[in-house]
Design a protein around this ligand. Structure first.
Ligand code: ATP
Ligand code: MG
Length: 550
């Protein structure tokens, strides 16, 4: 993972050099999503990079919607993208839409035609592909390549007015059909599309291609450093050609970095949309989705995502990042922020036979043992409690230190209890334990009489509050690194488990997105959609421990 574990940032070095040499006076970057889906964690990397590049040197960053493909784009995505960027705590200087530049782009295309550098071509997409040549053989020139300027101007104008059917004509740059760079073999600049655009409606019947639109958008906005992913490296000569031949006053430069790939994670809006459309998940913000909206709903914090993006750094070669790295950063972030509380996911009732009936005492519990500033709370304790089913075993293996017949354990924040009797139902299932407690062993009393090896958590049965827990595993399981086109064949059928259990009484009125560390279970966050007053629903953000180290 070249550069992945250091904070090396070769683009930042370029920016610094450009400022020092006076090549640029103010750094302007942009984050240019196409509004054809919700942003994912890969976009977060690009957002952090673009905004922080400018932030660090007092520059500016635009949020620009690259909305040049009307059939796939939608207002819903425009809204969600803005929400996600804001949530990551970045403020754009200008909110821009490529569609606002359609007139300027059209004028520049006309300029190219007038300069003899663009022509209207009637070949079909298939014919163009066939005539394009290969890496080892040159392409063939289109029979329409030598149309006169006047004819081209006339045809392009009529394309614009909607006279021709989709796919019947395109505008192409006239560069070099023998160029070793296939992108320079008369690339398409404009296509006909009679679709309705989410902002310009039916005003336009032609739309610019990415390779023509993007450099112009950058130049119009005065972007100095246009950062994109490595697939566009071979497009850079075309980017420069467009800026130069269109006689743009500003001269943006394109720089490429490695896109983020992550284990067990689909990283493409198009593929994520399939999961939504096929109802594999319940929407773009399903907590299993690697979208920013999904991660937010799951309980990830903006800080954890920004720290992750910084740590993976900016490399010049593609690699796959272990998804546990992202988990590491949310765990680190929540460690000192989340209230530590007790929740029972799979309850087993314990009756403390020597505890007086009707008595309740309120025990002290710290809210976060590693962060005393979070204070303490009182938790009830009485004769009946719930513990976790797997904190008891009737015939335990060696080194099992939790409850089993005759064994004594510590109840977190409370007393030692010893298991005296096991009650089963007709099928032989353990349904209740009878235990004795030792009043001398109260937590905080300084008791040193004897030691126990196991500490387990619990909630008081008469105060416990019913809650739903949603436990997650990766949506996609892939043995190899990265997930490819066949990702739908790798769906993990166990990606969601819904459990009904109990939380401490104090948690009955939690607010959406409140974060907790439930002892021995992990970090949880209150689901903003499913949780209702009086019926809290907790999403598992991340388990407590992992063998993963950075
Ligand atoms: P997708 O295939 O998911 O739609 P895209 O690259 O087509 O991705 P855009 O909306 O065009 O998505 O991307 C906006 C910006 O985010 C671009 O500059 C792009 O390079 C960057 N980006 C997209 N995916 C990643 C990724 N996995 N890692 C880093 N940057 C990314
Ligand atoms: Mg795209």
């Amino acid at each position: 993972m070249e550069g992945a574990l250091s904070n090396s940032n070769f683009i930042k070095n370029i920016v610094m050099d450009d400022l020092e040499s006076g090549k640029v006076r103010e750094v302007i970057t942009r984050f240019p999503p196409e509004p054809n889906g919700y942003l994912h964690i890969g976009h977060a990397k690009s957002i952090c990079l673009n905004f922080e590049l400018a932030q660090d040197v007092g520059g500016k960053t635009n949020l620009r919607f690259d909305d040049t493909n009307p059939t796939k784009e939608d207002e819903e995505y425009v809204k969600s993208i803005q929400e996600d960027v804001r949530w990551l705590c970045f403020a754009w200087d200008n909110l821009c839409f490529a569609s606002d530049y359609f007139d300027q782009m059209y004028e520049r295309a006309v300029l190219l035609i007038k300069k003899g550098l663009a022509y209207v071509c009637d070949l079909s997409a298939e014919e163009m592909r066939q005539m394009r040549g290969t890496l080892t053989s040159p392409g063939k020139e289109s029979p329409y390549r030598n149309r006169s300027v006047d004819e081209n101007l006339d045809l392009f104008d009529r394309m614009k007015s909607g006279e021709f059917a989709d796919g019947s004509k395109v505008l192409r740059a006239k560069i070099d059909m023998a160029s070793p760079n296939l992108n320079l073999r008369d690339p398409v600049l404009y296509r006909i599309s009679h679709a309705t655009h989410h902002r310009t409606g039916n005003v336009w019947a032609i739309y610019p291609m990415y390779d023509f639109a993007h450099p112009l958008e950058d130049a119009i906005e005065g972007v100095t450093h246009s950062v994109c992913t490595l697939e566009f490296e071979d497009h850079r000569p075309l980017y420069d050609w467009v800026v130069e031949q269109c006689e743009m006053p500003n001269r943006p430069r394109q720089y490429e970095f490695a896109r983020l790939n992550m284990t067990n994670t689909v990283m493409s809006k198009r593929k994520l949309k399939l999961l939504v459309d096929q109802q594999v998940v319940d929407g773009w913000d399903d907590p299993r989705m690697p979208t920013i909206a999904g991660l937010r709903r799951r309980g990830y914090t903006p800080e954890s995502i920004r720290n992750f993006a910084r740590e993976i750094g900016v490399a010049k070669s593609n690699s796959v990042v272990d998804e546990r790295m992202l988990e590491y950063f949310v765990r680190e972030d929540l460690k000192l922020k989340a209230l530590r509380s007790m929740a029972i996911l799979r309850p087993l009732k314990v009756v403390i036979t020597n505890y007086p009936e009707g008595q309740v005492e309120w025990l002290d519990a710290e809210n976060n043992a590693e962060n005393p500033e979070m204070g303490t709370r009182k938790i009830p304790f009485s004769r009946e409690i719930y513990i976790e089913q797997d904190d008891f075993m009737e015939s335990p293996p060696p080194k099992y230190f939790r409850l089993f017949p005759g064994n004594e354990v510590r109840l977190k924040h409370a007393y030692f209890i010893r298991c005296e009797e096991v009650i089963k139902d007709d099928s032989g299932r353990v349904v209740e334990l009878r235990c004795m407690y030792d009043p001398e062993t109260k937590s905080g009393s300084g008791f040193t009489g004897r030691k126990v090896k196991g500490t387990i958590h619990w909630v008081d049965a008469s105060f416990a509050y019913p809650a739903e827990f949603r436990l997650y595993e990766p949506l996609i399981n892939d043995d190899e690194e990265g997930v490819d086109e066949d990702f739908l064949a790798h769906l993990n059928p166990q990606s969601l488990e819904v459990i009904q259990g109990y939380v401490e009484n104090g948690l009955k009125d939690v607010a959406a997105m409140d974060k907790f560390q439930f002892f021995r279970h992990g970090y949880f966050s209150v689901d903003p959609k499913l949780s209702t007053p009086g019926k809290p629903v907790f999403n598992l953000v991340v388990s407590l421990k992992s063998s993963f180290q950075i």
